[in-house]
Structure formats: C-alpha cells, structure tokens
Design a protein around this ligand. Sequence first.
Ligand SMILES: [Zn+2]
Length: 110
Amino acid sequence: MSLCEGVLRILEEQAGVQNYSRVRRVTLEIGMLSTAVPESIEMCFGAVTRGTLADGAALEIVRTPGEAWCKKCAASVPVKERYTPCPRCGGFDLELRAGDGLRIKELEVD
Ligand SMILES: [Zn+2]
C-alpha cells in the first residue's frame, strides 16, 4: 500500500468520526528521518484522491526534525540523518524518538 493510499484511508475513516464530507486541505508532517519522499507524495496524492472526498484538496508538507536519545550522554540530541553518530559524543548508541514518522497534522474540511 502506498503512503498516499494510507493517508486517504485515514481521511475516509476520519470523515465518519468527525462528520465531514469533503477535505479542502491536508497538512502532513513528515519526519526528516522518514523514508517517505515528500516529492513523490505530492505527485501521487492528486492521483490517489481523484474522485474521493479529498479530490482537489491542497496538500501541505511540513518536515519535522529528528530526535534521538543518546544512552551515553543520557540526553536527547538532534539527528539529521539515520545512522549518524551522536553530535555530542560521537557514539552510535542512539534510540530514535522522533522524526521518523508521518502523520496528519491538520485538516481543513467541510
Ligand atoms: Zn552522545
């Protein structure tokens, strides 16, 4: 299943829960460490949503920074890419905390 189909499925599920029939704008939050490529999501979103409740909806993508917990430093550190060492101690004992996911941040609906 493509990411766009996943997003559309969430929009359709939420339409029942939040009682809307049309999506005008979607803001997606994509972590900097996510494997999701914003450009390809932008490209497929229009095609996937054609003829659905999100047909013609504007898509906005916000990138969020990565964050990991370094066990050595016992601190939360920023990470720009996967498999990069801790910017403080240079160690690799990192546990990703944020920035590797994709979620719907905002919805504008009718
Ligand atoms: Zn460290």
